[in-house]
Design a protein around this ligand. Structure first.
Ligand code: FCB
Length: 451
């Protein structure tokens, strides 16, 4: 089975970047050679991770990174998106951990040698525990510690990085981590969710300043996730419910960046739930970025609720992935078109998109045709958004390989490469082969296959 796109699609052009993505905690392992982070602590807390697993070994990428980069190269991708573990590159006193920095420099140099662009994310959720012990993202000082980390690391990496993203999905760090309690550090209070979101965005703004200074030739920006919100019925109440949910879960993180303001919903929050915002914060948060990273997996449907304003509805009978997320590619196109209409956007990169499926590796083959079809439909959705005028310059499959899926542990597989955790064997799935074939089928690829 193949993934096919229209011949004249922008996705077929040389200017379009195809990549694969991972994140430090989800693949690296090597727990002993870095500081303890909030996810280590969360994993050690009973009943937080569905299979009671942790990131101590994960995909053992710390030791297998050379093989993994060879694998990435074999797929023919243009770019690799990965994240830096803050607690691997800095010591507790903020000084550089040279061994950790050298690990990433090794990766960056190897990528350069193989002509693969490095898309580096500075924060994909693995906050050092000693910073959490001082309040984590509830403490305004953490934003300044992040700025210092961004400063030191961007200096250490020199000109090796094609693109820096400050944060991955501040929604997940703040809402899931501090408000809903299902991600590390597992706190549960509305006020915490809102305050941590503000400090994360502030951290983004502060880090952008140092990235633009230290690495002016990189594309510097942020990665946000969106789960578009749809009304269950066309009643005014449900439409209003979906709008409120959208403001709370999606616009909350993008509007400050482009409009220097939070959604109006801020004023409707109880005074004790409103974040403390200092003069000048929104100016810092809203400085220009070179690209916006968009992560998309699914949509959500809402209805009005007398008590809470809005509640999510689980639609019966709709197609879902193995993690229970509805498959709805049209929502992807609609999202991209609507973001483009609402904000004055820089170029967009789709920094994550993919599906969890219940894969089985039989005789060295993984015939994940359901995932392949997900990619077919979602790449088409991206193409449709481009046709409607959205400036999308790249697409990254989540994920390069199966890995530690946060609260789901190792139970959910998102890779286009299968990982047998016991033997640490990697097997390219049918979806990975189709993705690779699509990339290699581009007309210009023959000029560019000296990798
Ligand atoms: C995103 C995360 C990524 C991965 C996917 C499935 O929210 O950024 O690490 O877990 O979901």
């Amino acid at each position: 089975m193949k993934i096919s796109l229209p011949k004249n699609s922008r996705l077929q052009s040389e200017a379009f970047t195809f990549g694969v993505a991972t994140a430090s905690f989800q693949i690296e392992g090597g727990v002993d050679s870095r500081q303890t982070c909030i996810w280590d602590t969360f994993c050690a807390t009973p009943d937080k991770i569905r299979d009671a697993s942790n990131g101590d070994i994960a995909c053992n990428h710390l030791n297998l990174w050379q093989e993994d980069i060879a694998l990435i190269t074999s797929l023919g991708v243009d770019a690799y998106r990965f994240s830096i573990a803050w607690g691997r590159v800095l010591n507790q006193d903020g000084s550089i951990n040279q061994q950790g920095v050298d690990f990433y420099i090794g990766i960056l140099d190897e990528l350069k040698r193989r002509n693969i662009k490095a898309f580096v994310t500075l924060y994909h959720w693995d906050l050092p525990q000693h910073i959490e012990d001082q309040g984590g993202w509830l403490n305004r000082d953490t934003a300044y510690l992040f700025k210092d980390y961004a400063d030191k690391i961007s200096q250490a990496f020199g000109d090796r990085v094609y693109s820096y993203a400050t944060l991955n999905e501040p929604f997940c760090s703040s809402y899931l981590g501090y408000e809903a309690g299902i991600h590390a550090p597992g706190l549960m209070k509305k006020a915490y969710g809102r305050q941590s979101a503000h400090h994360l965005l502030l951290a983004h703004g502060l880090a952008m300043q140092v990235l633009q200074k230290n690495s002016p030739n990189s594309m510097n920006g942020i990665v946000l996730n969106f789960t578009p919100c749809y009304a269950l019925t066309q009643s005014a109440a449900d439409i209003q419910a979906a709008k409120q949910a959208d403001d709370y879960f999606n616009q909350w993180y993008i509007k400050p960046i482009f409009d220097a303001a939070y959604p109006d919903l801020l004023a409707a929050l109880a005074p004790e739930d409103r974040p403390e915002i200092h003069d000048g914060d929104l100016e810092l948060i809203s400085q220009p970025i070179d690209f916006l990273g968009v992560n998309f997996y699914t949509r959500a449907v809402y209805q009005a609720d007398a008590e809470q304003g809005f509640v999510q509805v689980d639609l019966p009978g709709v197609p879902k992935t193995d993690i229970g997320w509805e498959i709805h590619p049209q929502a992807f196109t609609d999202l991209l078109v609507s973001l483009n209409q609402t904000y004055d956007l820089p170029p967009i990169f789709i920094t994550e998109n993919g599906a969890a499926m219940d894969d089985k590796c039989i005789d060295g083959r993984v015939d994940d045709f359901d995932r392949l079809s997900y990619y077919q439909h979602h790449l088409t959705a991206v193409d449709n958004a481009i046709v409607q005028g959205v400036n999308i310059q790249g697409y990254f499959a989540w994920s390069l390989m199966d890995n530690f899926e946060w609260a789901e542990g190792y139970l959910k597989r998102f890779g286009i490469v299968y990982v047998d955790y016991a033997s640490q064997t990697r097997t390219i799935k049918a979806s990975g082969q189709a993705y690779s074939d699509l990339i290699r089928s581009r007309a210009h690829f023959t000029n560019n296959n000296n990798k």
